[in-house]
Design a binder for this molecule. Sequence first.
Ligand code: MRU
Length: 346
Amino acid sequence: MASFETLRWRDGRLEMVDQRALPARYVYLSFDSAQAVADGIRNMVVRGAPAIGCAAAYGVALEAVRLKDVRPGDFRSGLELAFVALAKSRPTAVNLFWALGRMREKLKASDGTDQRTVAAVLLAEAHAILEEDVRLNRRMGEHGAVLLSDGACVLTHCNAGALATAGHGTALGVIRSAVAAGKRIRVFVGETRPFLQGARLTAWELQQDGIPVTLIADSSAGHLMNRGEIDAVIVGADRVAANGDVANKIGTYGIAVLAQRHAIPFYVACPLSTVDPGVASGAEIPIEERGADEIVGYGETRWAPEGVAARNPVFDVTPAALVTALITEKGVMTAPDRYKIRRLCE
Ligand code: MRU
C-alpha cells in the first residue's frame, strides 16, 4: 500500500495532493466548493480515472455542506450547478460520471429530509466511494498478481497508481500486490508525453515503495520488446466500452499493437466503475483534446516554433482484440468481448 493519501478529508475540506508539483514538491491543496474541485480536476491537480471520480463525489458533498443553511430553493439549484460543473470538468474517464450518478441516487433517496441530513448523507457517500476504491484495488491486485511471474519485467504507461485512485492503484496495484506476494518485479515506465505522468508520477510512486523502476522514452517500447526485455504490459483504463475496447492515456494503443507483434501479454486493470455498458464500442468514447501548450513546451520552457499547428488528443482507444485480459475486482477475464463484459456487469 502506498504511504500517502491522494485525497483526504480534513477539517471540513477536501485536500488533494497537487500532482502538478510532483516530484519536486509533495504538497496538498485544500478545496471547499464544487467549482473549486471541478477546476482542480480540469487543471490536473488530481487526475486518473478513479481519483477524479472520488474528487467529484467530494465536490458534490462539499457543496451540500457549504449550502446546508440556505433557503431550500437555493440549496437545490446550488447542487444542480455543482453536478453540471463537475460533469463538465473532463470528458473521457467514466468514473467521474459514475460517481456523480451515485451521488445523484443518494440525493434522490434523501428527498424530503432536512438539508443538514442531506449534506451528511452525501458526505458519507463520498467517504464510502473513497474507501471502496481502495478495497477494490486491493482485490484487483490480488487477482492480477498471479499473472506476473517472479522476475518479470513489466511495462506500464501513464500513472495508474495510488495517485490515480484513492490508494494502491489499478495497474500499479497489481504490481504492488505481486511484490507483496514476494515476486521480484522490475518496471519500465514510459515518460507519457506530453503531460509526463509516467516520468513525474509513476517513477516517483514506485521509488517511494522501493520497486525497481526504469524510465524510458515512450518511443523506446518497441525496441525493448524486440530485444526481449519486456515480459508483460499492464495499464489502467479511463473507460471500457461494452465490447471491451479500452480508452486509456494516449500512446496505449501503440504499445498494445507492439505487444501483439511481439507476443507479449497486454493486461488492463480497472474497477467495474470504469466499464461503461452505455457505449457500444470505443468509437463512441469521447476523447479529450487538451491545449496545444502541453505539446509545444512544458512549464515555462517552449521548444516548438511560434505559430506551429499542434494537436493534443490525450487518450486513445485500444481495440478489445489486443487485450490479453481485463483485470477487475471480480477476477481476470481473458480475451474480453461484448458477451463476457455483459456478464461481468450483471
Ligand atoms: O490524463 P490523466 O492523467 O487523467 O490520464 C490517466 C490515465 O490515462 C490512467 O491510465 C487511467 O486513468 C487509469 S488510472 C487508474
